[in-house]
Design a protein around this ligand. Structure first.
Ligand code: ATP
Ligand code: MG
Length: 180
């Protein structure tokens, strides 16, 4: 499984639709300061359900929508579509390609889609649980995360290992069962 493509429209600095193709292996994104490199990482995190506006470097959720420039009007919504190659079926679903879409309008609520079908954020979270993908998965290591891994409390570090070991879904089911 690997991230194959990211399509962004109306998210942060990307007013027009852009498509970024990734190959298996290492991809580096280079560009001048302020050109939108971090915005691409934000877009991926956001599509995977990031709710923390601080993590997304804004002050309110609306800040992810293109806010306009001197010669361009603000847009009404932001949409990010991320596509995984799943030929190895690492993501536990019977599709060779898995596309996650998130859309948000200025009015608020986010819409999520799994392979173009409307779904809940919960469905996306469950699908990616224990795969290392997901907004808190170890596959997205943001600035600061390295320090966090090296220096945080053992209990916090344990969470990273639990995800890698693939036991988060069992722990989550146990917690849900306890609530019932
Ligand atoms: P650096 O090399 O400094 O880390 P970068 O390439 O990572 O730069 P980003 O942080 O991705 O740059 O992009 C910052 C740019 O995105 C800023 O110019 C900012 O104005 C723009 N931006 C952020 N949010 C929006 C928005 N909602 N609408 C329009 N532009 C936005
Ligand atoms: Mg940056």
């Amino acid at each position: 499984m690997y991230l194959k493509k990211v399509e962004i429209r109306g998210f942060k600095s990307f007013a027009d639709k852009i498509e970024v193709d990734f190959k298996e292996g290492i991809t580096a994104i280079v560009g001048p300061n302020g050109s939108g490199k971090s915005n691409i990482a934000d877009a991926i995190r956001w599509a995977l359900g990031e709710q923390s506006i601080k993590t997304l470097r804004g002050s309110k959720m609306e800040d992810v929508i293109f806010s306009g420039t001197d010669n361009r009007k603000p847009l009404g919504y932001a949409e990010v579509n991320i596509i995984f190659d799943n030929k190895d079926e690492f993501i536990p679903i019977d599709y060779q390609e898995v596309a996650i879409t998130r859309r948000v309008f200025r009015s608020g609520e986010s819409e999520y889609y799994l392979n173009k079908n409307p779904c809940r954020l919960k469905d996306i979270k469950e699908l990616f649980m224990d795969t290392g993908v997901g907004k808190d998965g170890y596959s997205i290591i943001g600035q600061g995360k390295v320090d966090e891994i090296l220096s945080t409390k053992p209990e916090d570090r344990r969470i990273i290992f639990e995800e890698a070991a693939g036991i988060v879904k069992y722990k989550s089911k146990k917690e849900e069962a306890k609530k019932k």
